[in-house]
Design a protein around this ligand. Structure first.
Ligand code: 3AM
Length: 177
C-alpha cells in the first residue's frame, strides 16, 4: 500500500469570511455556472506538492517550520474566471509582499525537495467554483474583505465518494521571532 498523500500548503480563511464569501458567490452567479467549493474548503493555495511520501512530508514540514516572517493582511477585492482551468476565483489586486514571500519560499523548498512546481507564476486566488466552463459576467466587486493572516498550514486533499475533502495536518504561526 502506498503511504503517499496529495498535499498542499495553503492559507485558511476565518469561518465568518468563508460564510460571507459563499453568500456573495451564491447571490452573484446562477446555480448552474459551476460546482461551488464548500465553505470549509475555501482556501488560498501557496504551494501544491502533489503526491508526497510520509518521509518527504516530514522533511517539508521541518523546512516550513523554519520560515520566519511576519503576518500580513490580505485584501480580497478582485474576482475573475480562468476558462482554461474552468475556475471562478476571488483574489487580490495587490498581493501583499508577505504573501508572495511565503509562497515563493514554500515553492522553492518544494522544488528543492523534488516536488514538481509549475513554471507558471504564482497567482494568489481562492477558488469559488470549479467546472465553470462558460464565461460568465463577474459583478463588480462590491466587497473588499480584509483578512488578517497570522498562520499557514499543510493540507491533505482526499477524494472519496465523489467529494474532495481537505484535512489540515499541521500549521505554523507567522511571526519573526
Ligand atoms: O483550489 P486551488 O485551485 O487554489 O487546483 C488545486 C487546488 O488549488 C491545486 O492544489 C489545490 C488543492 O488541490 N492543484 C491540484 N493539482 C495541481 C497541479 N498539478 C494543483 N496545482 C498545481 N499543479
Amino acid at each position: 500500500m502506498s503511504d503517499s498523500r496529495r498535499l498542499f500548503f495553503a492559507l485558511e480563511l476565518p469561518g465568518d469570511i468563508q460564510q460571507q464569501i459563499i453568500q456573495w458567490q451564491a447571490t452573484s452567479f446562477p446555480a448552474d455556472v459551476g460546482r461551488p467549493v464548500a465553505a470549509a474548503n475555501l482556501h488560498l493555495t501557496l504551494a501544491f506538492l502533489g503526491d508526497v511520501s510520509a518521509d518527504k512530508q516530514q522533511a517539508l514540514a521541518a523546512l516550513a517550520g523554519r520560515i520566519r516572517q511576519s503576518g500580513f493582511t490580505l485584501t480580497l477585492d478582485d474576482a475573475g474566471q480562468w476558462l482554461r482551468s474552468q475556475v471562478l476565483w476571488l483574489g487580490t489586486r495587490q498581493p501583499p509582499r508577505g504573501l508572495l514571500q511565503l509562497a515563493n519560499m514554500l515553492r522553492a523548498q518544494a522544488a528543492r525537495s523534488g516536488c514538481y512546481q509549475s513554471p507558471q507564476p504564482f497567482h494568489p486566488h481562492i477558488t469559488l467554483l470549479r467546472n465553470a466552463a462558460h464565461a460568465v459576467p463577474i459583478p463588480p466587486p462590491g466587497f473588499s474583505w480584509r483578512v488578517p493572516i497570522n498562520e499557514f498550514a499543510l493540507y491533505a486533499s482526499e477524494f472519496s465518494r465523489g467529494r474532495t475533502r481537505y484535512t489540515q495536518l499541521e500549521r505554523w504561526t507567522l511571526n519573526e521571532q
